[in-house]
Design a protein around this ligand. Structure first.
Ligand code: NAD
Ligand code: DAU
Length: 352
């Protein structure tokens, strides 16, 4: 690998992944970050990296749905590896308006595959790695896990669009022999997480003493993974995983939402010098998310046994790191909340 194209590298996981590869692996080649800069993309996530690695890190503002833009960038940098993070990623937004999800997640992935098929015809040493989610497997009851072999059963427009893109990626492997790999990961958390998602939203609302909206009965379960552990898993799969395979990645760390929100209230009280239960009065049970998946739980034995991956941070440590990051980076939060994100929230969420 000499020249890796990261799509969506200005988002939460993409920017953490770029930082991880440049700072914590022995990769010596170039990284090209292709990002459309939607409301969720912020080049400032990588300001330090763009200065420190100015000869190896390059940013291109472009849309994965635009064939010519992607092709020109692939040729310009002689790309041999694509890691596709670019997506519309928020389930609630996909319920309010699925169109962007269909365009970017399905058509955008198709477009990237088409460029790769054209430019990499007869070329060895190339790879298309697709970043996917555990949500494609649907919803679990009180027991059981998602395995790589679990049949897909997506239930929101977001997860349906991700499932569709996964199927397209696999179809290019079988039909055109494009070398592909996939990873399906559980809920990430950590620095640069957009504050519309549960953990950063709750941290910010606690800080500002605003209501903490818990959907339904709060007993939905998610499996949380620190974002840098997702990055290390992707890097292992890209460098050592088997072509044509998918790998599950998860935290093995299941929490009911209400249990997690209570815990966040306690940790925030600790950092802000309040009594342990002070912020719990802000908890507000609101109307449930339509089609709200009850429980996600990942079995990640395959990546552990085959590639030797393991989580490096336990949840309590990871959450403390995350809380401190948000407390130290209020300017970052204010800036992204001042634009399109804020307008969208004002329009859609205040109605509930
Ligand atoms: P994010 O919303 O924070 O970032 C998405 C990035 O993609 C943004 O920088 C955005 O500008 C860019 N983008 C959107 N549309 C684009 C387009 N048409 N062309 C180019 N760039 C575009 O998302 P995230 O949470 O970092 O998720 C990244 C990937 O990981 C997604 O594919 C998501 O489905 C997957 N995933 C996320 C999680 C999670 O917990 N966040 C878990 C598993 C898998
Ligand atoms: O499982 C992986 C997925 O995790 C990724 O594919 C998605 O991109 C990512 O956004 C995330 O999806 P979720 O829907 O699980 O994450 P979210 O943070 O939106 O919600 C987590 C849980 O918290 C979910 O059960 C809904 C609930 N919730 C969420 C918000 C935003 C609330 O109760 N209140 C809220 O305000």
């Amino acid at each position: 690998m000499k020249s890796i194209l990261i799509t969506g590298g200005c988002g939460f996981i993409g920017s953490n992944f770029i930082r991880y590869v440049l700072e914590k692996t022995n990769y010596k080649g170039n990284i090209i970050n292709l990002d459309k800069l939607t409301y969720a993309g912020n080049p400032k996530n990588l300001t330090d990296i763009s200065k420190k690695y100015e000869n190896r890190y390059f940013f291109e503002k472009a849309d994965i749905c635009n064939f010519q833009q992607v092709k020109d960038i692939m040729i310009k940098y002689d790309i041999d590896t694509i890691i596709n993070f670019a997506a519309e990623s928020h389930v609630d937004r996909s319920i309010f308006g699925p169109k962007d999800f269909i365009e970017t997640n399905i058509f955008g992935t198709f477009n990237l595959l088409e460029v790769a098929r054209e430019l990499w015809k007869d070329r060895d040493g190339v790879l298309f790695h697709h970043i996917s989610t555990d949500e494609v497997f649907g919803s679990l009851g009180d027991t059981g896990y998602f395995y790589e072999t679990t049949p897909y059963d997506p239930r929101s427009p977001y997860s349906a669009s991700k499932a569709s893109s996964d199927h397209l990626v696999n179809s290019y492997y079988h039909t055109y022999h494009l070398p592909v790999k996939l990873s399906n990961c559980s809920n990430n958390y950590g620095p640069y997480h957009f504050p519309e998602k549960l953990i950063p939203l709750m941290i910010m609302n606690i800080l500002n003493e605003k209501p903490l909206p818990v959907y339904g009965d709060g007993k939905n379960v998610r499996d949380w993974l620190f974002v840098e552990d997702h990055a290390s898993a992707i890097w292992l799969i890209v460098t050592k995983g088997r072509v044509g395979e998918s790998y599950n990645v998860g935290g093995e760390n299941e929490w009911e939402n209400i249990q997690l929100v209570n815990y966040l209230c306690e940790r925030m009280a600790f950092y802000l010098g309040k009594e342990k239960d002070y912020y719990k009065k802000l908890i507000n049970f609101v109307k449930d998310r339509p089609g709200h998946d009850r429980r996600y739980a990942i079995n990640c034995d395959k990546i552990k046994n085959e590639l030797g991956w393991k989580q490096s941070v336990n949840f309590e440590q990871g959450l403390d790191l995350t809380i401190k990051w948000y407390l130290d980076n209020q300017e970052w939060v204010k800036e992204i909340q001042s634009g399109e994100y804020k307008n969208w929230i004002d329009k859609n969420y205040q109605k509930r």
